[in-house]
Ligand binder design. Sequence first.
Ligand SMILES: Nc1ncnc2c1ncn2[C@@H]1O[C@H](COP(=O)(O)OP(=O)(O)OP(=O)(O)O)[C@@H](O)[C@H]1O
Ligand SMILES: O=P(O)(O)O[C@@H]1O[C@H]([C@H](O)CO)[C@@H](O)[C@H](O)[C@@H]1O
Length: 178
Amino acid sequence: MPDLSCPAEKVFSWEAARQKVRQVRSEGKKVVFTNGCFDLLHIGHIRYLKAARALGDFLIVGVNNDASVRRLGKGPTRPLVPQDERAEILAALESVDGVVLFSEDTPLQLIQTLRPDVLVKGGDYAPEGIIGRSEVLSWGGKVQVIPFVPGRSTSGLIARILRIFANESGPSTPTDQI
Ligand SMILES: Nc1ncnc2c1ncn2[C@@H]1O[C@H](COP(=O)(O)OP(=O)(O)OP(=O)(O)O)[C@@H](O)[C@H]1O
Ligand SMILES: O=P(O)(O)O[C@@H]1O[C@H]([C@H](O)CO)[C@@H](O)[C@H](O)[C@@H]1O
């Protein structure tokens, strides 16, 4: 019977992530970095992470810890999914090679620690607004924006669930198409 309580293999401490990235780079491979809250995963996340992975050989994802998400202003009830579960869920994806939690307001310190070759965000960000952009460019890296999957967001998913179950009795028929 597998130990279901064990932490995901691909969830790294900062130091373990730094060493892993150093090993990957020593093998001549390209390290891609992205970051986010990833509270309730949706198809936009999945396609974006798959596209990010295709930009290199090793994709490491920085994930805001719970306190960081709460300071981001996504709402007092966010995140819905606790940090260790958000990290383990992402680590289970084939596209993701490593996950690192960060407690800061931005991933800048983590980016400076890992020094990725490619920094990625989704199309909801303009290139010039991506934290860490100038740093990555300064060491010869690239910054890429992945096209946005329209109509897909965690907050949109939450709003849809609230709309459908507003009267607590839930839908008698599917009244709210995606
Ligand atoms: N629909 C989408 N298509 C492509 N990338 C996306 C999409 N939604 C989010 N992303 C990317 O996923 C990463 C994590 O974003 P985040 O967790 O904030 O998702 P979200 O759906 O926007 O959440 P929320 O609605 O709570 O703000 C970011 O880099 C963001 O650019
Ligand atoms: O999930 P989000 O809200 O897309 O992730 C945020 O991204 C910010 C981004 O990197 C700014 O360029 C980051 O500063 C913030 O901490 C969240 O990770």
